[in-house]
Design a protein around this ligand. Structure first.
Ligand code: WT7
Length: 659
């Protein structure tokens, strides 16, 4: 891949950070080699449709949305075909592949075990301690079926939501697939979350069954998941059964009748390795995944079998260009949407070999990831800017000591990548030959929305342009398109198959959050963005009270509610401030109750309290004890003012500030 100048543009601006580049008229493209273009899956599809350029293919896909997605859906297996590709009669409650019967697990496993792929590795897992487990499609089928039969025997059925709270071990994908196989939905709670976050999610989903583990390893230490789950279960009345995976082997409390070891259950005759995959409606719920928004209550984003399967499969195939020989590593946690879509579901649907690693990137040394790439001959690596920045700090000597020549493509997700990190990733990890797929999407969108494919000329820091069949734009509040280089709202103007269907238990919030805001009738994503002269999209950041910490999405309201649950705290406000590695770090401002005085000790105690309630990622970097908080006359905390003050900037219009 070589850096070339684009003669069509006469701007002289060098590559700059997306946030600071005046007009973003970046004139240097990183162009893929002819060889990459020639062998790309998207090139083959483009030619099969009779197009010469990606531009023509894209324009056709938008004008013929249903035909494009139908082409993709036809590559998958359906028990019964759809009567209608898209039903928009109850918009924004769109339905895709209406009337079809399928099951994503049938496509992820069953259809492969009837072919030569039964002997192909589906999953290669490495534990932090170096132990390894591998699953062929055949073995995966047996293990998933055994767990599915256990769940069935407990009465888990279609309509139930099983909560899964596990470390990054194979049982996480196995139990997700087992739920889906029998038509039940799963709600995975990220293993880095803690008591309150877990309890809230179990409660909202009304789960009767929780699947957890004794613990997980992180930097050689045990994270005591069962202990956290015990505290959470004490706060959740619906829960009846807790299935526990033995992973670390350390001692945990098992409550009689409620808690059962998975290995005990799997030794029972009911745990047969044969379990038919339940045909479900394309629109039946596959999973719930909670994400943060403006209020303290997390949103249970609902995804379904049919459209999600088509969307994730298509994007993986064209963006990461997966081939039979690839070894794909998405280094996210399966507990986030990235892991759901691109560790668990789409790689299996595509019949790929996926790699998964349990632990920290720098354990025991800062070259752990690079040694994994070399030892497992990873061909495509997909990670987040925060991980790249974190590993970059240790210097090039660590990656340079490993053979990374197996890599052919790289990817990033979660937040805008700063061009410095992009270039390091491109040069040091990708050896200047691997295009970087900067994929913009969300928990709500299910799959990539704005992203290059391997044939796209790249600009560091831009997710480039919309994916095929995805109609995005940057607009003003009235819906009119912004001019080039003008900041505006990022919107999606037409439905797409993997889109969220609703918010669990709160369809009204789905409508008001995403569809009723100005500009009405378009899906507002909550990000601001701008398009440059080439139509490349640059994400500026969130417009709501969501902070991206290490790429993880946290609501200020959730952090604040964790703070005020401490007896010393009367009121709290949380903001995100720039952080070199994490992108943003949480800073909190706290008003104490009568009788409490601020001290470094209390600061530590409050940080630990938030960590205990929500999880280590939500732990504030700094807490300031203050006498008052800037508020509007209606009593809303003006976080914008706090942020400007903390950054030493002009506080802007504060006319609504309380006197
Ligand atoms: C928000 C969604 C979906 C995967 C993980 C995040 C930000 C995501 C990018 C990117 C700039 C990005 C946006 C978005 N974001 N990817 N490539 N460039 N920003 O999912 O937790 O639902 O967060 O992450 O702000 O709205 P999520």
């Amino acid at each position: 891949m070589t850096e070339t100048r684009n003669a069509a543009l006469d701007s002289t601006t060098p590559m700059e950070a997306p946030h600071t580049a005046g007009g973003n008229s970046v004139d240097r493209f990183y162009k893929p080699s002819d060889e990459i273009v020639e062998q790309a899956n998207v090139t083959a599809y483009m030619r099969s449709k009779g197009f010469q350029t990606y531009e023509e293919l894209y324009n056709w896909s938008i004008a013929n949305l249903q035909e494009f997605w139908t082409d993709q859906a036809r590559e998958l297996s359906w028990f019964e075909p759809w009567q209608k590709v898209l039903d928009d009669s109850q918009a924004p409650f769109y339905k895709w592949f209406v009337g079809a019967k399928t099951n994503i697990v049938y496509n992820a496993i069953d259809r492969h075990v009837n072919t030569w792929r039964r002997n192909k590795l589906a999953l290669i897992w490495e534990g932090e301690d170096g132990s390894q487990r591998t699953f062929s499609y055949h073995t995966l089928n047996r293990e998933v079926s055994r767990i599915a039969n256990v769940l069935k025997s407990m009465g888990v059925r279609k309509g139930d939501i099983v909560t899964i709270y596990l470390p990054r071990i194979p049982e996480l994908p196995l139990t997700m697939l087992a739920c889906a196989k029998i038509g039940a939905a799963h709600s995975v709670v990220y293993g880095g979350f803690s008591v309150e976050a877990l309890a809230d999610r179990i409660d909202d989903a009304g789960s009767k069954v929780l699947i957890t583990a004794d613990g997980g390893y992180m930097r050689g230490k045990i994270i005591e998941l069962k202990k956290i789950a015990d505290e959470a279960m004490a706060r959740t009345p619906t829960l009846q059964t807790c299935i526990v995976v033995k992973h670390t082997g350390h001692e945990v409390t098992m409550e009689n009748t409620r808690d059962l070891w998975l290995h005990d259950l799997l030794s029972l005759p009911i745990a047969s390795p044969v379990c038919p995959t339940e045909p479900v409606d394309a629109e039946d719920t596959l999973f719930i995944l909670y994400t943060s928004g403006t209020t303290g209550r997390p949103k249970g984003v609902v995804h379904t079998h049919g459209g999600y399967m088509v969307g994730t499969y298509t994007t993986l195939k064209f963006v990461f260009d997966l081939k039979e020989e690839d070894r794909w590593w998405c280094a996210a946690d399966p507990g986030w949407i990235t892991g759901h879509s691109y560790i668990v579901y789409s790689p299996l649907v595509a019949g790929a070999t996926s790699f998964m690693y349990e632990g920290a990137p720098n354990y025991p040394y800062p070259d752990r990831w690079w040694s994994l790439i070399a030892r497992h001959a990873i061909t495509v690596l997909y990670t987040a800017p925060t991980a790249i920045r974190g590993l970059m700090r240790f210097g090039e000597a660590w990656p340079n000591r490993h053979d990374l020549s197996s890599l052919r493509l790289l990817g990033t997700v979660g937040e805008p990548i700063n061009p410095e990190a992009w270039r390091w990733y491109h040069r040091v990890i990708g050896g200047e030959r691997c295009p970087i797929m900067d994929t913009w999407w969300q928990t709500e969108t299910g799959h990539f929305m704005i992203t290059p494919t391997p044939i796209t000329p790249l600009k560091p820091g831009s997710a480039t342009r919309a994916f095929l069949g995805i109609d995005v734009d940057v607009v003003h509040e009235d819906g009119s398109p912004c001019a080039a280089n003008e900041d505006g709202l990022l919107v999606v103007k037409q439905p797409w198959p993997g889109m969220m269907r609703t918010i669990l238990n709160d369809p009204e919030r789905y409508v008001t959050t995403y569809w009723d805001k100005e500009p009405a009738g378009m899906y507002t994503v909550g990000d601001s963005a701008r398009k440059d002269d080439d139509g490349y999209i640059w994400i500026i950041g969130r417009l709501d009270d969501v902070i991206k910490v290490s790429g993880y999405r946290l609501g200020t309201a959730e952090v604040e509610s964790a703070l005020v649950s401490h007896p010393a705290v009367a009121e709290a406000a949380a903001i995100g401030l720039p952080h070199e590695v994490k992108g943003n770090a949480i800073h909190a401002f706290v008003i104490l109750r009568e009788g409490f005085a601020g001290s470094p000790h209390l600061e530590d105690e409050l940080k630990a309290h938030v960590g205990h309630e929500m999880g280590p990622i939500a732990r504030p970097e700094k807490i300031d004890f203050v006498a008052s908080l800037p508020k509007t006359r209606s009593g809303k905390i003006m976080r914008r003012v706090l942020k400007a003050q903390a950054l030493g900037q002009d506080v802007g219009d504060i006319s609504t500030l309380e006197a």
